[in-house]
Design a protein around this ligand. Structure first.
Ligand code: NAD
Ligand code: UDP
Ligand code: UDP
Length: 346
């Protein structure tokens, strides 16, 4: 490394806020793009809970009003239906940029829509960086462990440059996020924007989309509906599953801290898909069965974060193991599936 971009020296403070929130901190106005989605809505709860003003920008592509409806009527909360691909003018202190078509069903299976992910990531990120530059806000990008592709290094450290197939089915997502990271660093170097980059590993919890095709939501919904859990391939591929509140704590620690990143935010507990199916079975229904299905192309064989850097520099590490976090998600899924069935007159 010839230059060290890992430390940013500017202090954290609201540039717009006038109202003190607790000791030594002023209320900030914070944008969360994708704030009606799964991760975003939990982040918004935390920011509102600590006394800040939050503006959510969401086009409801995969997000839902239900995720933030409990905040309607709170004078510190605003919801704007807007596509981040279009420019927007706001005055804010911080920007958490989460908006992105993020689940496999939405970015992979429909060959026409596949292309959506790339321009959204790139144009949306560009607009939010332009906004950050204009108003002097701090900008945080939620990147992904997918930037490591099918990794040849295990566990993955932030210094690993990855193994992504540029012409594969997943590449619209992977390359979109890689380009978003590039843009973020270019705005930092070229326009002196204060930036933060999180590389998020597989995360689960309440408010996940029911049918987004991700493995935890699939297995949990299938077990509740008394359907077999669909294991793709031989089920020996691994992932590391993080509970959503741990991720939200990590995102806030990163935004408030002095280091740009990138930082891996994930739970190092690693499971094969067959082991995950066992945990779901123990949690929901001991009689649950599995059904093998062909795997998708370019599926990463293993994934596990090395979180040494986040532990040292952000003083952050996940607290909730899979067997504790899963039951917290199951209640929410049970209620939503029940409501769905009632809606169908079942
Ligand atoms: P999600 O689909 O629940 O949330 C994404 C939100 O962005 C949705 O509310 C959606 O409506 C909104 N959105 C999409 N395109 C938009 C656009 N053009 N304009 C405005 N809003 C738009 O997904 P999530 O799991 O909450 O993911 C949040 C972020 O975290 C994403 O950037 C994702 O890539 C990243 N991430 C998530 C995981 C995970 O396991 N959940 C892992 C790695 C990275
Ligand atoms: N942008 C925005 N809101 C702002 C400032 C900029 O949406 O408050 C958009 C702007 O429309 C442009 C992008 O962000 O598409 C990048 O802006 P920048 O000023 O960096 O580039 P320029 O407009 O000079 O090309
Ligand atoms: N997977 C599975 N059954 C499903 C959905 C996914 O076995 O019903 C597998 C998938 O092949 C992959 C892993 O679970 O190996 C994680 O998939 P997911 O889409 O949740 O996340 P990602 O691949 O983006 O990490």
């Amino acid at each position: 490394h010839t230059q060290d971009f890992s430390v940013s020296t500017k202090p954290v403070q609201g540039k717009l806020g006038r109202v003190p929130v607790g000791i030594g901190r002023r209320r900030m106005r914070i944008v969360v793009t994708g704030g009606a989605g799964f991760v975003g809505s939990h982040l918004v709860d935390k920011l509102i809970g600590r006394g800040d003003e939050v503006i959510v920008i969401d086009n409801f592509f995969t997000g839902r009003k239900e995720n933030v409806v409990h905040l309607f009527g709170n004078p510190r909360f605003e919801l704007i239906r807007h596509d981040v691909v279009e420019p927007i003018l706001l005055e804010v202190d911080q920007i958490y940029h989460l908006a992105c078509p993020a689940s496999p069903v939405h970015y992979k299976y429909n060959p026409v829509k596949t292309i959506i992910s790339f321009p959204t990531n790139v144009m949306g990120t560009l607009n939010m960086l332009g906004l950050a530059k204009r108003v002097g806000a701090r900008f945080l990008l939620t990147s992904t462990s997918e930037v490591y592709g099918d990794p040849l290094q295990h566990p993955q450290k932030e210094t690993y440059w990855g193994n992504v197939n540029p012409i594969g089915e997943r590449s619209c997502y992977d390359e979109g996020k890689r380009t978003a990271e590039t843009l973020t660093m270019d705005y930092h170097r070229g326009a002196d924007v204060e930036v933060r980059i999180a590389r998020i590993f597989n995360t689960y919890g309440p408010r996940m989309c029911l049918d987004d095709g991700r493995v935890v939501s699939n297995f949990v919904a299938q077990a509740i509906r008394k359907q077999p859990m669909t294991v793709y391939g031989d089920g020996k591929q691994t992932r590391s599953f993080q509970y959503v509140s741990d991720l939200v704590d990590g995102l806030v620690a990163l935004m408030e801290g002095e280091h740009i990143g990138p930082f891996n935010l994930g739970n190092p507990g690693e499971f094969t898909m067959l082991e995950l199916a066992e945990v779901v079975k123990d949690t929901i229904d001991p009689s649950a069965t599995i059904e093998y299905k062909p795997n998708t192309a370019d599926d990463p064989h293993m994934r596990k974060p090395d979180i040494t850097k986040a532990k040292e520099l952000l003083n952050w590490e996940p607290k909730i193991p899979l067997r504790e976090g899963l039951p917290l998600m199951v209640n929410d899924f049970r209620n939503r599936i029940l409501n769905e069935d009632e809606g169908k007159g079942a």
